[in-house]
Design a protein around this ligand. Structure first.
Ligand SMILES: [Zn+2]
Length: 64
């Protein structure tokens, strides 16, 4: 499996296409405050097919 080694493909759920494994274009990592002030990492981007905004919570709290 050696396609594009340094390009990380981010996929998420597109509510418009109802597609679970849709490629996210222009995916950007963001930090958002969750319950109790806990910071969570999430990805935002747009559906590669219909351009709808997509959102994916990464669920892995990262400490830097
Ligand atoms: Zn879509």
């Amino acid at each position: 499996m050696a396609e594009n080694d340094n390009v990380v493909k981010v996929t998420g759920y597109c509510v418009k296409c109802r597609e679970k494994d849709r490629e996210m274009k222009g995916a950007t990592e963001v930090a958002m405050k969750g319950k109790g002030g806990v910071e969570r990492k999430a990805m935002t981007g747009t559906c590669a097919v219909c351009g709808t905004k997509m959102f994916k919570i990464l669920g892995k709290p990262k400490t830097e």
